[in-house]
Design a binder for this molecule. Structure first.
Ligand code: GUN
Length: 304
């Protein structure tokens, strides 16, 4: 069984550092502020956004939650984003995804001022990241780098294989690892002989969004496996496929009727040298990095 990379304690460490920075900025009369926009009533989004706002309060950041109704139009959303762009007390703007299908999400994400784009979703930030310029990087891949570095896992010269090519995780993860001098490969649904490629990885990043997709024979013994997936499973047969004989999981599943599994089959962690569990691995880093990005945006916007 590989060593567990404890994302929760790394996230706590980062949040402590962010709180220290917030204190130092307060001495200069600066209080970083985050605006979180939550449209409609998506239950999972509500939980995430509340957690982001709560963490701001814990670390001393200002935050404001905006909750327009599901029926809001693209034009109304655009006006809202434009107003937030102009506000001096707001350093970070976060549009919680998914937005309702009838609004133009791309147009709105592109309307967020790149200086306030703490999710790192704006093409200007993607471009800056690729060009190796100071950029606000997406929180989840930035968190992956923090886990690796703070766990003492070498990156330079290592072969990193990323499964999944999303704009939010796969592509930025590749850029960040490249800047750390890894040799990177991005795999996707059209990759031939995927298992042969993933078995080459010293660092394997799973960001596909499919429960238990990475199986033991896809992992090189001793590799570091980073599981970015968060998949809720409710089906008993699927549960058995991943967690048969796991008494603790059985208890949650029986109680709640569901449990969370990552993109990596639990049996594949046994082959790994080190791995991030789900839950408790990459997940906790996402909010910590959002806080870190918001403080960074506050400093950068003031030329500090
Ligand atoms: N929805 C799911 N994850 C995220 C995230 O990291 N940022 C935003 N804005 N929306 C999300």
């Amino acid at each position: 069984m590989g060593k567990i990379l404890d994302g929760a304690s790394i996230a706590t460490e980062i949040k402590k550092e962010v709180a220290e920075e917030v204190k130092l900025l307060a001495e200069k009369g600066i209080r970083p502020g985050l605006a979180a926009v939550l449209v409609g009533n998506v239950a999972a989004s509500e939980i995430y956004v509340r957690s982001k706002v709560k963490t701001c309060a814990e670390l001393g950041l200002f935050s404001e939650m905006l909750t327009p109704p599901e029926s809001i139009t693209t034009a109304e959303m655009l006006a809202l984003v434009t107003a937030l762009n102009a506000r001096e007390d707001i350093d970070g703007i976060l549009l919680q995804l998914p937005l309702p299908a009838h609004v133009d999400a791309k147009l709105l994400l592109d309307a967020v001022s790149p200086e306030k784009d703490v999710d790192g979703f704006h093409p200007v930030n993607a471009g800056r990241l690729q060009a190796g310029r100071p950029a606000l990087a997406p929180c989840t891949p930035a968190g992956v780098i923090e886990i690796l570095k703070r766990s003492g896992i070498p990156i330079a010269g290592q072969r990193a294989v990323i499964v999944g090519r999303s704009d939010i995780v796969g592509k930025p993860a590749a850029m960040l690892l490249l800047h750390e001098n890894a040799t990177i490969t991005i795999c996707h649904s059209k990759t031939r002989d995927l298992a042969a490629v993933t078995r080459e990885a010293d660092i394997l990043i799973a960001a596909i969004g499919r429960p238990g997709f990475i199986t033991p024979e896809m992992v090189k013994p001793g590799a570091t496996v980073i599981d970015v997936g968060i998949n809720r499973i409710t089906d008993r047969a699927e549960f058995e496929k991943f967690f048969a004989g796991d008494a603790k999981r059985e208890e949650t599943f029986s109680k709640r009727g569901s449990t969370i599994v990552g993109d990596v089959h639990p049996k594949a962690f046994e082959v790994a040298g080190a791995y991030t569990p789900v839950p408790g691995g990459v997940g906790p880093l996402t909010i910590a990095m959002l806080m870190s990005n918001t403080v960074r945006a506050a400093r950068m916007r003031r030329g500090l």
